[in-house]
Design a protein around this ligand. Structure first.
Ligand code: GSH
Length: 212
């Protein structure tokens, strides 16, 4: 059955791979599933046809036969459950990989998004210069904890899993901030993710529609 995902017609990052369709593309590439992409304009995101798929008017969505999903956590989890390659066989290791997916989305991504909002949307506010260091500290605090847990391991829980895919995708958003530089093991972890052939294919595919 054909898998169709949605992506921005033109991503605001100009093809740096930060739009969340990239993590879904990455998961599909990891498990070797072909997919099609339907590009959606900002205006169409908020129109009824797209809202029927995504109640919050966002990308990405995932359609396969009569299944329609939104939220990257749910989509990547669905892909990982349906196809071999992203979740370990062992039940406990599988549960831990899923816990890392949730940790990426619920614990690590929120302060990173707060930082992006502080930099992009609030920089003209009179209180912005005082608030920014506090927001950065909250990100650093999470990075410290994650760095301590990762130590010198390649991946968060033995082999690469959907948990690593989601965590690396979330951390990639920090690359331009310089905050990862204080954590060499996390920088290397993200680089290992980016070096995976499946990530490269996903990155190139999104770049192809967002550059040029
Ligand atoms: N929690 C959602 C977030 C989705 C999201 O924020 N998508 C962004 C693109 S990366 C979007 O569509 N933004 C446009 C908007 O919110 O109007 C997920 O993980 O899928």
């Amino acid at each position: 059955m054909t898998i169709t995902i949605t992506a921005f017609e033109r991503s605001p990052d100009g093809g740096k791979g930060l739009s969340r369709d990239t993590r879904v593309r990455w998961a599909l590439e990891e498990v070797g599933q072909p997919y099609e992409v339907r590009a959606v304009s900002f205006r169409a995101l908020k129109e009824s046809a797209h809202l029927a798929l995504h109640p919050f008017g966002q990308i990405p969505t995932y359609e396969e036969g009569d299944l329609a999903l939104f939220e990257t956590g749910a989509i990547v989890f669905h892909i990982a459950e349906r196809h071999a390659g992203l979740l370990p066989e062992d039940a406990h290791a599988r549960a831990r990989a899923i816990a890392w997916m949730f940790a990426a989305l619920n614990t690590v991504e929120p302060p990173i998004l707060e930082l992006a909002n502080a930099r992009l949307l609030e920089s003209d506010k009179p209180w912005s210069r005082q608030r920014l260091p506090l927001v950065e500290d909250r990100v650093r605090s999470r990075l410290h904890q994650l760095s301590d847990r990762l130590g010198d391991a390649d991946w968060l829980d033995s082999g690469f899993s959907a948990g690593d895919l989601m965590m690396a995708a979330v951390l990639l958003r920090l690359k331009s901030s310089g905050l990862l530089n204080g954590f060499p093991n996390l920088s290397a972890y993200v680089a290992r993710g980016e070096a995976r052939p499946a990530y490269k294919r996903a990155f190139d595919a999104q770049a192809a529609i967002n550059t040029g």
